[in-house]
Design a protein around this ligand. Structure first.
Ligand code: GAL
Length: 368
């Protein structure tokens, strides 16, 4: 059995410490040119994240990876960071700038898994190992870490069926999937379909451009007009940001008894909607183990070391077979387990969730 997840589970508990700033110090221009030594000194890690509209990237992934790189280099590593703000071309330029900057290893969460392949190849040609972070970038990557994304879709689909019960027969669900440029979106969608198909009618289904909540809002308004507001028994939303846009559209149509709506990412606004009973569920993804895996693999690869003892899966991408990977499970988050998930793990305090607006709802579920 792989011990990595067991080991990093403890890191999830330390999620409250993510505000701790990076203790890493910079390397000099001379030593940036040299391969980092076995001591782990002066390792320069290039980190590229895809966007900043979903809270996870700036709030969790970035600080967690910085902290973990600090840990695995004993405070002597350095993270060079860029956020592509959903622009695939900009992300390619960011990779090129990091290659020119002579980073020792890259951690890339691709805006567009296909469009990044050429840059991955350039990094590889420059002798820089590449780790695909969260999304399976195409091209010659050396390693990958993510959640079990097919399973995330199943968790969402099962929760929706549970919430629907007998009502599943009374109408249709609407499916709001993520962006087609994101390979995870395809896996969430197929996982969800594998449990929903045959159990409930899918009245309308959308692939949402760039995962944008406003696009989900527009799509939901269109679905309401096409199907009729009395005919929608539930909504599969692939993430919390879009769930927010969907719930706004449902309310704008005058629906007060909201149907169950799914989500993902356990964003603060999503957790608050869950507490208030507006959103049925989210998928809580412990970012700490994912970030720890990326940092540990990055430092090892930069030093030319093997990562066999770190990985727990082998994954195939459309372009690259046998990618050593660490996949982390996701957990359904509903009104019943807010405390034992995001609160106990230190992701949010009760005070952050239970603001005045949500006080009564928090009391109802005993969240104090
Ligand atoms: C996915 C990611 C999700 C969510 C979404 C929106 O790739 O796995 O956690 O953040 O992108 O950007």
């Amino acid at each position: 059995m792989n011990t990595y997840l067991g080991r990093v589970a403890a890191a999830a508990v330390a999620a409250s410490a993510i505000a701790v700033s990076l203790t890493a110090c910079g390397s000099t221009d001379e030593d940036a040119d040299a391969r980092p030594g076995a001591s782990g000194d002066a390792i320069k890690v290039g980190l590229l994240l895809p966007e900043d509209q979903t809270a996870r990237y700036e709030k969790f992934d970035k600080p967690l990876i910085e902290k973990e790189v600090g840990k695995f280099t004993r405070g002597k590593g350095k993270v060079v960071y860029a956020n592509a703000k959903q622009d695939a071309a900009a992300q390619n330029s960011q990779v090129e700038a990091m290659i020119a900057d002579k980073v020792h290893v890259l951690i890339i969460d691709a805006v567009d898994a296909k469009a990044i392949a050429g840059s991955v190849k350039k990094a590889k040609d420059a002798g820089i190992p590449v780790i695909a972070y969260d999304r399976l970038a195409e091209g010659p990557i050396d390693a990958y870490t993510s959640f079990d994304n097919e399973d995330v879709g199943k968790v969402q689909g099962k929760a929706l069926l549970d919430a629907l019960g007998d009502k599943a027969k009374d109408g249709h669900i609407v499916m709001m999937n993520g962006s087609v440029t994101d390979p995870n979106a395809k896996q969430f969608k197929s996982g969800a379909h594998s449990v929903l198909d045959g159990k409930v009618s899918v009245g309308k289904e959308y692939d949402t451009v760039d995962w944008k909540p406003e696009n989900a809002n527009t799509n939901m308004a269109a679905a309401l007009s096409a199907l009729g507001k009395g005919k929608i028994v539930g909504v599969y939303s692939a993430n919390d940001g879009m769930a927010g846009g969907i719930i706004t559209a449902l309310k704008a149509a005058g629906i007060s008894n909201l149907p169950p709506v799914t989500g993902q990412d356990a964003e603060l606004a999503g957790v608050q909607r869950i507490v208030a009973g507006e959103q049925y569920m989210s998928v809580y993804k412990r970012y700490a183990p994912e970030a720890a895996a990326a940092a540990e693999m990055a430092v090892a690869l930069a030093k030319g070391e093997k990562i066999d003892g770190i990985i727990n899966q082998i994954v195939n991408s459309p372009t690259t077979k046998g990618v050593p990977s660490v996949l982390v499970p996701g957990v359904a988050l509903t009104r019943s387990n807010v405390k034992s998930t995001v609160v106990d793990d230190g992701v949010y305090t009760v005070d952050e969730i239970c603001t005045d607006k949500f006080r009564a709802a928090c009391d109802e579920i005993g969240l104090k």
